[in-house]
Design a binder for this molecule. Sequence first.
Ligand code: NI
Length: 646
Amino acid sequence: MPDAAATESRTVPRVSHPLDPLTPDEIRRASSAVRRAHDLGAGMMFETVSLHEPEKSVVQGFKTGASFPREAFVCAFDRTNGQVFEARVDLVADTVVDWRHVPDVRPRILIDDITLVGEVARADPRFREALARRGIADVENVQVDPWSAGNYGLPDEEGRRLCHTFCWYRSEKNDNPYAHPIEGLCAVVDLDRAEVLRIDDHGAAELPRANRNYAARYRTVYRTDVKPLEIVQADGPSFTVEGNEVRWQKWRLRVGFNAREGLVLHAIGYEDGERLRPVLHRAALSEMVVPYGHLGGGHFRKNAFDVGEYGIGVLANSLTLGCDCLGAIRYFDAWLADSKGEPYCIPSAVCLHEEDFGILWKHTDLFTGEVDVRRARRLVVSSISTVGNYEYGAFWYFHQDGSIHFEMKATGIVNTAGLKPGEAPRYGTIVSPGVYAHYHQHIFNMRLDVAIDGERNRVVEVDTVALPVGPDNPHGNAFTIRESVLANELAAQRSVDFNAARYWKIESAEVRNALGQPTAYKLLPLSPVPAFASPKSSVGRRAAFMTRQLWVTAYHPDEIHAAGRYPNQSRGGDGLPAWTAADRPLVDTDIVVWHSFGLHHIPRPEDFPVQPVITAGFALHPSGFFTENPALDVPPAKSSMSCCVD
Ligand code: NI
């Protein structure tokens, strides 16, 4: 939520690089320029005011101190008629350089809408009647969660900006409402008219009354054997930060942030001797979807696209030392625009720190007894967002061996429903008497604008194949690899293959290592999930990215969001399926790799009343990028040096 006090106390960032996020002054200037040139009147709302990222050539050719273009992307709409417009603002000239109407799309659900939905629903007599039928008279204790409405072709919903809702009851102010689902009551709220379009009453279940609280305020008994565990970095951390650029253990990267994708990493490179070798031009979560598997009670509409429909950046937490992060921390604030186009700050939205990561490598010489071991540490760049009942923590890890890991941590409270009398819990797990958590999935799509030793790359699928037993494989033990170049976009829509131990390698077209191999990174799909929603279903059409673990596209600056720029209430078909229909060639050109991965969530009782972190992610490992273990030069830890001295 915009916090005026927090916004006041922040130091105002300066712009020193073309990829720096917009400053508060730039946000204000961008929205003012749009208002001056194209005022939409009293109904004007700003969905987005963010950096229009410069062309790659501007970033690559940038020299410190030199001037550079600076543009904002603005999405505004008129809530009196639902019309959506996009603008590009030249911030140097203070002028709108592009303004266009985007027909038949819906902007994101805004922060303003989140509170509006509850107020509108609770004031509606039909909603109150439905609550009364359930024996609930204290309407002020009813929480109304604003869910994206999706698109189910209902004629009365056509053309409107909507939220679909589910309701919960709080037995007191800080009570966990998800222990008390008000089953079967869904309001469809027209956000622009601020009115209830329709009440869908799917039939009541008894309100589960048992309180299930987890918060410290409710707990008096704790385990008593937790001793302090202090992280001491007497000489400070090993990273340096200049503006938004981070340097750590030969890695270089830039931290960016926007309302929609949240954390964005740019210009990731590795210092190899005198060379700064590019690895990724840009990496960000392009979309995610959470399809639920229950077919009735309005629950079939639960399939939030938390990035494109809400904005995972808008919903970022302010992180706190000692709780979210430990050690010597460097925080980055996020400056975003509210619905009036005014800047506000989420203080400490991104955390940067390093942590011990066990052993990096080790060998004991069996015959001499000599031991060589190095301890690993990793650099962590993270951000945590609260999307309704759930928390998502985006954690990037950089390692001393040249590898990069991404982990999405999911925690918070599972979405619950009330069991109707006599209903068998076929589509969920009972987590409390009368309360069940539906089967669902969280499927993420990471957009990786790869740049392995330059922009000209190719993707190679690597399968392992067993040779048939016979004269050529007399002992039946032989296996080898089969490499296939993914030559164009349709052929590059790929799924994991357990039986082939499949992975994908992104190779440089230009650079070979000293062994004569193309320099490369491999993408390891660590958390593949099959999508269970039919491709023909509404969510299947709208989130086609979830049907494949790998998509590869020819680079285009406007292709950023896997389900399209406007997934909210979309009919589907946008984003990856639309772009790849062109079947562009992918070999030795500027390409983008899109990886879908996720959590298949059959809830457990242990996920309630607050869920321990579960994770999904992937790894990028150097594969011929170096010619030997690049971490041989990591010095032994002081304690091991002393114990190794004869
Ligand atoms: Ni889940």
